[in-house]
Design a protein around this ligand. Structure first.
Ligand code: SF4
Length: 315
């Protein structure tokens, strides 16, 4: 049983977590991009764009350099054993953010929203975002997502029903809403993307739950057969829009569709879309505080620890 955390001991583990997230794309995303490249026409702009992404991913990993100039809004989900206060975790994450910025794993990326001033630390109101959850295990698990700004710009939310797209308050309406938002993006936000989707909740809860879905492994399987079928339908429909990588046309507009549903009020029915670019930078650290040891893993998210649904990992 650990009574307290040492921010100094934790900080290097968090710097390494940031480095991995910024420079080493998870294998499931890279493999999906490679499969997409193989499916695009020879000499097409789509295939060329995906080839360039794969070269960029490999070079970033080899050089331990950020794979994109925008190193994203840093979103942390930290689960920790009951007992110690979370203050030292916050201190360590803040110190790691400054340290990783100095080492150029992160670009000085966040600015004061009113003045636009950048103090070069990546610290400020709501930056980084840290979400704490106590759990009954004996180790810390920190999941980190570096969420790009361009793809955040094309994320969205719609309230149903919507007469313009003939979307009612049902799964067919949800499908129409998601297709409309992906269509409106037109490949901006650096397609091909991974779409996290939440049906229901309120506006803030829906946006957050949608973003959590981005943490799911591309190969996992939604245990809800209705949502699983919806994910498959959406993949097929969105990849049939001929928007393609970076909007160049082609078969690959999205790499993944991950859907959750949350309870809502009878008065409202929101569909929230968190659009993540190809640069889907998510990594996790499991830290045994008593031994000061960390294990780094691409397995970021076991849903059910955050919400009511659970997802089992597939092939
Ligand atoms: S949307 Fe993603 S890939 Fe595009 S510039 Fe932003 S972080 Fe980079």
């Amino acid at each position: 049983m650990v009574d307290s955390y040492s921010a100094d001991a934790l900080e290097p583990h968090f710097v390494e977590l940031i480095r991995r997230a910024a420079t080493d794309l998870p294998r499931d995303i890279e493999a999906a991009i490679a499969r997409a490249r193989d499916g695009e026409r020879q000499m097409s702009a789509a295939r060329n764009a995906l080839d360039m992404l794969l070269i960029n991913i490999r070079k970033a990993r080899e050089a331990s350099a950020p794979m994109c100039q925008d190193t994203g809004m840093n979103l942390w989900w930290v689960r920790y054993p009951a007992g110690p206060h979370e203050h030292a975790l916050t201190t360590a994450i803040h110190a790691a953010t400054v340290g990783a910025t100095k080492k150029s794993y992160l670009r000085p990326n966040t600015v004061d929203s009113i003045t636009g001033h950048n103090d070069g630390t990546n610290l400020g109101g709501g930056a980084p975002q840290i979400h704490f959850h106590q759990w009954d295990k004996t180790f810390i698990k920190a999941d980190l997502l570096l969420k790009g700004g361009g793809c955040e710009n094309v994320s969205g939310q719609m309230a149903l029903p919507n007469a313009e797209i003939k979307a009612g308050r049902d799964l067919e309406g949800v499908k129409r809403a998601v297709i409309k938002m992906v269509l409106d993006a037109q490949g901006q936000g650096c397609a091909p993307g991974v779409c996290g989707i939440c049906i229901g909740s309120d506006r803030a809860g829906g946006a957050f739950a949608a973003k959590e879905q981005i943490l799911r492994h591309l190969g996992d399987e939604n245990p809800d057969p209705r949502l699983r079928a919806l994910e498959q339908d959406l993949m097929q429909a969105c990849n049939g829009l001929n928007i393609g990588p970076m909007g160049f046309g082609g078969k690959t507009t999205v790499l993944g569709m991950k859907v959750t549903a949350q309870h809502r009020l009878p008065a409202s029915f929101f569909v929230s879309l968190a659009y993540e670019c190809w640069s889907c930078r998510r990594w996790s650290a499991e830290i045994d505080v008593s031994k000061n040891e960390a294990r780094f893993t691409e397995e970021t998210f076991v849903a059910g620890e955050y919400n009511a649904s659970s997802h089992k990992k597939g092939a």
